[in-house]
Design a protein around this ligand. Structure first.
Ligand code: 9YT
Length: 140
């Protein structure tokens, strides 16, 4: 079993900071769950263009308010605490944060570590090394 607190992730390689958001990656690929789990804070007033061509992502808002636009259809949805959006079609999307937002994000396949968006808002698909040594829970 893995038990991990958010505070133990802060300031480590599991905390990925960008101008628009900070992603605290509680579970990564090397944790072996088949998905990654992030507690992500979006900065107020930001607009982030994303398109997860290589991943499925579900995003559950637990704090703050904003909106998400699906670029191809022009649909706009209000995002507030208690709302989840699931990108089951690799949709190109824009997240606009009206306030500071806190989101619980799940990625399949799992994010490996310190991925950030490329110029198209895509996370690369990082191939797993077959020779990667198994780690004990204490070393994760
Ligand atoms: C909500 C969202 O997608 N923000 C971008 C960061 C990403 N979800 C992450 O890696 O936590």
């Amino acid at each position: 079993m893995i038990v991990r607190q958010l505070e133990t992730v802060l300031g480590t390689e599991r905390e990925v900071d960008t101008p628009n958001w900070t992603s605290r990656r509680l579970l990564l690929r090397r944790d072996g769950m088949g998905f990654s789990l992030h507690d992500t804070v979006i900065r107020p007033g930001t607009e982030t263009h994303m398109c997860y061509a290589n991943h499925l992502e579900a995003v559950y808002c637990i704090e703050g308010e904003g909106e998400i636009e699906v670029v191809d259809t022009g649909e706009v949805f209000v995002i507030a605490p208690g709302t989840v959006y699931a990108l089951d079609g690799h949709e190109r999307h824009v997240l606009r944060a009206r306030t500071r937002m806190r989101m619980v994000c799940v990625f399949n396949p799992p994010v490996a570590g310190d991925e950030v968006h490329d110029a198209d808002g895509v996370y690369p698909l990082i191939e797993e090394l077959t020779e990667e040594p198994a780690r004990s829970a204490a070393a994760r």
